[in-house]
Design a protein around this ligand. Structure first.
Ligand code: C2E
Ligand code: CA
Ligand code: CA
Ligand code: CA
Length: 275
């Protein structure tokens, strides 16, 4: 035990230092990125599973790093959450997404992700209302996505925020459904309009019987609770066919498109448009 204890110190100490250093560098970089406005928003289209018509798109943030190129949100959102920077980043993404959605056909919605931290902000509803009035985007064209784990933070505030947002006429979606600390009581406690079935289930469709059963049950439940269902991470035609057959209203995934810039999305939505 003593031996392995010593080994552990020799082996891990330099790595720990390096990790701490890398983290510190990333932290300074992230703070600079906010000042320099290095965040860009890409959009992934969502289509009607049965007609194939576009419904709108989900806004996904990327960091346009001066030397690293486009950095994925998975590589900086967790640290931004920890450092308390996610509120500022999230607010920026919301404003950009609402502004850019105005250049899309007027029936299309834009979905924006809310972090756990944002859900506990005392003035979240006012902030959302302010962005809508500053951009002029009708509230019915905005959707906000929250994950189940974000619902566990501060129940009273989160509850008030989601109801307040819903009262503005903004739709609320439960993201990554089935992966978090799922509690069916969330479905009635919060005003969800849509369930997004996580790609971890979709990936196994249509071959895996358990995933088939789960998706069928979720669609049935959503239907009874007057919610729509969107399947995420749809990569294959047979998954789209499954979504259609089982009554999922929307699909999103590489089969339709990867996340792209707003102007590219505009061309996809309306190929005849002159831009
Ligand atoms: P998410 O909200 O579940 O977003 C879906 C993720 O799945 C996106 O990854 C998207 O690019 C990816 N994806 C879409 N279709 C497919 C597919 O067919 N196959 C596969 N394998 N993947 C697909 P992305 O853009 O890297 O975002 C990762 C996560 O980062 C998001 O997961 C979301 O939780 C978070 N995120 C992104 N933007 C924001 C933001 O503005 N605010 C907050 N709080 N979180 C964000
Ligand atoms: Ca999402
Ligand atoms: Ca998701
Ligand atoms: Ca996810």
């Amino acid at each position: 035990a003593k031996q392995s204890g010593r080994n552990r110190i020799c082996k891990f100490e330099p790595q720990m230092l390096l990790d701490a250093l890398a983290r510190r560098t990333l932290e300074m970089d992230l703070r600079l990125a906010l000042q320099r406005d290095e965040f860009v928003v890409h959009y992934q289209p969502q289509i009607d599973a049965s007609t194939g018509a576009f419904q709108g798109a989900e806004a996904l943030v990327r960091w346009q790093h001066p030397t690293k190129g486009l950095v994925s949100p998975a590589d900086f959102i967790p640290l931004a959450e920890e450092l308390g920077l996610i509120g500022t980043i999230g607010q920026k993404v919301l404003a950009v997404a609402c502004r850019e959605a105005l250049s899309w056909p007027s029936e299309f919605t834009v979905a924006v992700n809310l972090s756990a931290h944002q859900l506990t902000e005392i003035d979240l509803v006012q902030k959302v209302a302010a962005v809508l009035s500053a951009t002029g985007l009708p509230s019915s064209r905005l959707e906000l996505e929250v994950t189940e784990s974000a619902l566990l933070q501060d129940t009273d505030r989160t509850h008030a925020n989601l109801h307040g947002i819903h009262e503005l006429g903004v739709r609320v979606s439960l993201d990554d459904f089935g992966t978090g600390y799922s509690s069916l009581s969330h479905l009635t406690q919060f005003p969800f309009d849509k369930l997004k079935i996580d790609q971890s289930f979709v990936r196994r469709l249509p071959g895996d019987n358990n995933s088939v059963a789960i998706v069928q049950a979720v669609v049935g439940l959503a239907d009874k609770l007057k919610m729509t269902v969107t399947m995420e991470g749809v990569e294959r035609e047979e998954q789209r066919a499954f979504a259609k057959r089982e009554g999922c209203q929307g699909i999103q995934g590489y089969l339709v498109s990867r996340p792209i810039a707003s102007h590219e999305l505009g061309e996809l939505f309306d190929p005849h448009r002159v831009s």
